[in-house]
Design a protein around this ligand. Structure first.
Ligand SMILES: [Zn+2]
Length: 283
């Protein structure tokens, strides 16, 4: 059998299985909503369930590198039967990601759109509803979204959440991160000299403006509607100076790279004997 074909089939089977096991385990110990955690921590929590699947994929890549092409192994029907649901979940996630790019945003007040080159769009009708200070505050919030390329991150986060369908814990982590994202951008705007009350005024005016929910991939001023009340109350409080002690993205990337290289090496050394051989023997 062609080596890359077997690698793809096994990655879908074992990677999908790892995602579902993690999704089930995290859903079983679902706790109350934690809307106040730092944005970076919420982002890592959102991506963390992918790690076992990535390690499995790296291990299989290591195995594939140690094998001739074509490989002498054959896949039995059981592998396809068990792996088909995981493949369908992946296809569903890809289709939803593609569809969200094709949908045009409707009736946006002020928002950041664009995955590669994010830009701010403003509805003239909303500008007429805002005084200068509130408009400057809304603009500062959206500029923070642009700096962090948030439309792209929202798109990736939705895709990662869809890969863990149908577990509710994944959707919960996505919503928690969206709320933390808006808090972080509010704080960034305020740290740059924007008054919280002006931002709250812009937020309330923007909510009145949006009669319909927003479609498409964008980072708007409103953000996650389920946490608006808490967010307005937070904006009227003094800015919390506490620091985020979550590991930096660089630290996490270095650790993850080390883990993936280790999995790759283990896959090359023991993949055939401990994983692929026994799996194909029972299929
Ligand atoms: Zn926002």
């Amino acid at each position: 059998m062609e080596r890359e074909s077997l690698l793809t089939v096994l990655t879908i089977l074992l990677g999908g299985m790892a995602l579902q096991v993690i999704g089930a385990a995290l859903s079983a110990r679902l706790r109350a909503k934690r809307f106040c955690e730092p944005e970076r921590l919420a982002w890592f929590r959102l991506l963390r369930p992918l790690i076992p699947a990535l390690l499995v994929a790296a291990c299989l890549c290591g195995w594939a590198l140690s094998q001739p092409d074509p490989v002498p192994d054959r896949v039995g029907p059981l592998v396809f039967i068990v792996g088909a649901p995981f493949g369908l979940i992946g296809v569903r996630a890809i289709l939803r990601a593609g569809w969200s790019l094709l949908r045009r945003p409707e009736r946006l007040g002020i928002a950041t759109i664009g995955l590669i080159q994010p830009q701010i769009i403003v509805a003239p009708e909303l500008v007429r509803c805002l005084d200068d200070r509130a408009f400057r505050a809304a603009l500062a919030h959206e500029r923070a979204h642009v700096r962090h390329r948030d439309p792209l991150r929202i798109w990736v986060a939705q895709f990662v959440t869809d890969l863990q369908w149908p577990w509710s814990s994944a959707q919960r982590r996505f919503e928690t991160w969206l709320a933390a994202l808006e808090h972080a951008r509010d704080d960034e705007a305020r740290a740059g000299g924007i008054d919280g009350a002006d931002l709250a005024a812009a937020l309330v005016a923007s909510i009145r403006f949006h009669r319909d929910s927003i479609a498409g991939v964008c980072a708007s001023l409103i953000g996650n509607r389920s946490a608006l009340e808490e967010r307005v109350a937070r904006l009227l409080q003094p800015l919390d100076p506490s620091r985020d002690n979550t590991p930096t993205t660089l630290q996490v990337a270095v650790l993850l790279t080390l883990a993936l290289v280790t999995a790759l090496a283990l896959g090359a050394l023991y993949g055939e004997r401990l994983v692929v051989g026994p799996l194909l023997a029972v299929s």
